[in-house]
Design a protein. Sequence first.
Length: 526
Amino acid sequence: MDSSAENGTLSSRVVALPDCDSSSLDSGHARLLELGYKQELKRGLSAISNFSLSFSLISVLTGVTTLYNTGLNYGGPVSMQYGWFMASAFTMLVALSMAEICSSYPTTGGLYYWSAKLAGPRWAPFASWITGCNSLNWAGTTSVDFSLAQLIQVIILLSTGGKNGGGYEASKYVVIALHGGILLLHGIINSLPISVISFLGKLGAIWNVLGVFVLMILIPSVATERASFKFVFTHFNAENDNGINSRPYIFLLGLLMTQYTLSGYDASAHMTEETKGADRNGPKGIICSVGISIIVGWGYILGITFAVTDIHYLLSEDNDAGGYAIAEVFYLAFKKRYGNGTGGIICLVIVAVAIFFCGMSSVTTNSRMAYAFSRDGAMPFSPLWHQVNRQEVPLYAVWLSVFISFCMALTSIGSIVAFEAMVSIAVISLHIAYALPIFFRVTLAQKHFVPGPFNLGRYAIIVGWAAVLWVVTICVLFSLPVSYPITIKTFNYTPIAVGCLVVLVVAYWILTANRWFKGPINNLQK
């Protein structure tokens, strides 16, 4: 990679562009060539399409629905309402810092490329290696699609009479089979041209917004018993079955719902080589997906919480939904009003469709990261995962992502504790990948970073440091014990699992990768 290209502004950089007039190129395409990469993927995504994929991947209907139990259990309405805005504010700082870097380096698999450029020649290979390994977020796809399989199981349970009415409770093997079927569908969809994925991404974004507005208005309207404003805005649930009594500690654990939900916006960066005007539209996708998710997500939490009257019952595994809090809220609202819970089941189907779109976008993002990382020779059998078909889709990378995500879910058969630890790894490793290029931006790259069309100006350093410190806080939060006394069954294995992952990645680097992985490779001459 020609580092001298980093010494001028975007408009003054000059490189040899093969057989094309740079003045006629899309700005994202021209910048990609300046960075040393061929245009191999089809650049067919608009700004709205880029935003839609990130917004669908964040998917507040996915995150809030699947983690609502956590929010209720740790602090309840207060943690969910005020914790949402607290975590959202810091998440936006992370997004702003990432958007600035994305504007300067609009490449697929951008996070590890950013680290390579920002860490400088001496640290570039190691920095990009560490960031890239943390960016391969197959566990995130596993988590999303497994959550969908669990929700489908709850829908089946309620449709057949509920837990108290002799409803069908699927075994863990049936849930795994559902998970495999969902992944298969996502693999098929992601094998289609980018125009199809773009359309489905937009549809997913629209579905998420409309779904939230429908549910936040419908559920409290249907409920015969509604919570008071005082309960929704001031009630702090300090009663839990986890042996935790400290209110500040409970509040911090309640933030996990928000932080799990507000992740995945790096999708806009991963799709920049397929986005028109990526140096401008990539950053827009990151910022807008987070900003709109914050507003929509709060509305969803607010509306559903008005239908909550008995937290203890909702969290009980003896209710009809088997302890799935939001499912029980939906089901009870319609059952008490109309004598049956069919309407609530339909509402759960709305959520299930949103989670399906989320999983689809997750496979898209993972496949592009695998494509980009293998383009630079960082993965075993890299030439295979780097191939694109006649429709300019990295087909092998798509099915690699599907296969690994399915294999990861198999851990749930042996130990649900191990599976949950793996999901926590996904969240932590992804945010580490977010923080590393930002950290290099505010330290090693202060003097040589050349901003793109979108930049934070004089506020870049302070925003960047705040973003890095927040990610450190997140890593600590996800590693805290969530139950006392601490036993083999209640121990939070996340820090051990993350530590093992870090040791594995660093050891592999020391033993072998440092000899053949040199960071991003200029492929214009290939």
